[in-house]
Design a protein. Structure first.
Length: 274
């Protein structure tokens, strides 16, 4: 099922976006034919991606619950995507009712859906912005109105930095964000990888070509050493940079990657600013 948007004709004309493709992987309804076509092409090359998307969403939930247990009450979610089950504000505000959350995405559909969901929630909002322009995000009046950068904040970069092609640029983005964060703030990253995978490089290139050809967001997986580099200036929270399913797993949950964690295709981690 797809979100109708501006009608069937408009839906067919909408180009694919990473946010709506991710929604499709998660089994959501806020995607269009172009997103479905592109997502199916990627799944044909990377059949574990749907399970990875679900596991990635579960990691986000674990990270937010851990942060609220520390008393963190402000969240800046960059590349937040289409709202779905287990949104950051729902998890954070269940523990801390006045926890503040700003969602940021480049996809207008994602922002529109988020604003609809947040109607009446005075402690959360969504803005349209590009993660590659972090200073503009930090200077945004809505961000400054809701978040107090003189207090600890959690910056969430979950499944977004692999859409930034150059590693140096990704590091610069985090450097800009870090410069506004006070001690006790946290950085959360989930990043696609090909490190240690048994993979066919030709198939990877085909997957990347789908994103490059059918969306405006080329896919750039990185190795563990590159993902770890993104945490420069932060103290890694145990267990460090690990496979997606190995970061503080919760009991009594199904782990489809238990025997082969590398098949998740994601490294994740959390850093604390000392």
């Amino acid at each position: 099922m797809t979100s109708v948007g501006n009608g069937a004709q408009g839906a067919h004309q909408k180009p694919a976006t990473a946010a709506r493709m991710y929604d499709y992987y998660l089994g959501g309804i806020h995607n269009f034919p172009a997103d479905q076509e592109a997502a199916k092409a990627v799944l044909a090359k990377s059949p574990n991606l749907r399970a990875s998307a679900l596991a990635n969403r579960a990691f986000l939930g674990r990270a937010v619950r851990y942060l609220t247990s520390l008393g963190v009450r402000q969240f800046l979610d960059l590349g937040s995507g289409i709202p779905t089950v287990g949104n950051v504000h729902e998890i954070a505000q269940a523990a801390i009712p006045d926890a503040r959350v700003v969602y940021v995405d480049i996809d207008p559909e994602a922002v529109s859906e988020s604003l609809d969901l947040l109607d009446g929630n005075q402690f959360a909002t969504a803005i349209r912005a590009d993660v590659r322009q972090p200073q503009a995000i930090l200077d945004n009046p809505q961000v400054r109105k809701l978040l107090d950068f003189d207090q600890p904040i959690a910056v969430l970069l979950v499944a977004v930095l692999h859409f930034v092609e150059e590693t140096d640029e990704a590091c610069d983005i985090i450097g800009t964000l870090r410069s506004t964060m006070v001690p006790g703030s946290h950085l959360v990253i989930a990043h696609a990888t090909v490190d240690e995978l048994v993979f066919d490089e030709r198939e990877l290139k085909k997957t990347q070509e789908v994103y490059r050809r059918q969306t405006a967001t080329p896919l750039t997986p990185r190795k563990k050493s590159d993902v770890t580099r993104l945490f420069d200036g932060f103290e890694l929270v145990e267990p460090g940079v690990v496979w997606l399913n190995r970061w503080r797993p919760e009991p009594d949950t199904v782990d489809v990657f238990a025997e082969q964690p590398f098949l998740s295709g994601f490294y994740v981690g959390m850093g604390r600013l000392p």
